[in-house]
Ligand binder design. Structure first.
Ligand code: A3P
Length: 301
């Protein structure tokens, strides 16, 4: 669906060619202080984070959460769709809708910090930004899986690894994205979450996010219910968040497409999927990219 990828901005971020036509509009998009943004490198638990954030901010409105996450929490820098049935959701319409929306606007983005709308970077607007990150090897496996099973890619894992490690993967380079947000962690309106922490202690992450969003603390019962709603099993069978509609739309154009977005949800699942040589290549790339930084190694390897 995408013609070509080009490198944009000071981080040489790999974005689809269409971004060229949208760059100025995104740069100058009017941000509001009560906007809520979830940013990530793809496959880092974005949808999981979006669902948690949306429910916290909307006073646990489980009824409202039955609407697709793609409607409730639109993809800000999305590609203009060429699929006819998606034309009603093209970028211009999305931006017009956002401009006319009152109340909190929820935006998902895969843009690096350096390409977010100018008002965020110059700190004249302070929306809440939640950046979620994940071990790059697990994100790689998940990315390749979704490419093959849901987006109709043909590249095998080794070929995709070459692109990934050469920092030419769409929405990469991984480390520019991660360092770009982590370097801004002093901003009071930026919260950095880790997929691994969400797996290990979702309750604490929910409570931390709740406080960041300036919402009243949840009761024990509310917390329990939200954590149950956010379990892997529950999200996998929830059509509002498992993106099965997105996959079905694509299936009509490419019958080989047959996968699920919410796949295995594991930490260090890459160990079951990657051979030792590929793991070593990744580890060298990781080492090069975190040396001379204060990046916490526990989340790198
Ligand atoms: P896997 O493919 O490794 O299973 P994104 O939303 O950024 O595309 O991330 C998708 C990844 O998040 C997938 O990883 C998906 O399974 C995982 N994920 C989504 N919801 C989850 C949940 N409730 N618990 C654990 N992992 C979840």
């Amino acid at each position: 669906m995408v013609d070509a990828y080009l490198l944009f901005g000071e981080d040489r971020v790999c974005l689809p060619k269409y971004y060229e036509d949208r760059e100025a509009e995104i740069e100058n998009f009017e941000i509001r202080n009560d906007d809520v943004i979830v940013a990530s490198f793809p496959k880092s638990g974005t949808t999981w984070t979006q669902e948690m954030v949306w429910l916290l901010k909307n006073d646990l409105d489980y009824e409202g959460a039955k609407t697709s996450i793609r409607e409730r929490f639109p993809y800000f820098d999305k590609s203009p769709s060429r699929l006819p049935e998606l034309s009603d959701r093209n970028c211009k319409q999305l931006f017009d809708k956002l401009r006319n929306e009152s109340g909190t606007r929820f935006l998902k983005t895969h843009l690096p910090f350096s390409l977010l709308p100018k008002q965020i970077r110059d700190e004249s607007r302070t929306p809440k930004i939640i950046f979620v990150m994940r071990n790059p090897k697990d994100a790689f496996i998940s990315y390749h899986h979704v490419g093959l099973c849901a987006l109709g890619w043909r590249a095998n894992r080794e070929d995709f690894a070459k692109v990934y490690l050469a920092d030419k993967v769409l929405f990469g380079p991984y480390w520019k994205k991660v360092h770009g947000y982590c370097n801004m962690r002093h901003l009071p309106n930026l919260l950095i979450l880790k997929y691994e922490e969400m797996i290990k202690d979702l309750r604490s992450v929910v409570q931390k996010t709740c406080a960041f969003l300036e919402k009243d603390p949840l009761s024990e019962e509310q917390l329990e219910k939200l954590c149950t709603h956010l379990t892997f099993k529950s999200m996998k069978s929830n059509p509002a968040v498992n993106l099965e509609q997105f996959i079905n739309e694509r299936k009509r154009y490419n019958p080989t497409i047959n996968g699920s977005f919410i796949r295995s949800g594991k930490v260090q699942g890459y160990k079951e999927e990657m051979n030792p040589d590929l793991i070593s290549e990744f580890d060298e790339w990781i080492k090069r990219n975190i040396e001379n930084t204060d990046f916490d190694e526990r989340y790198a390897y």
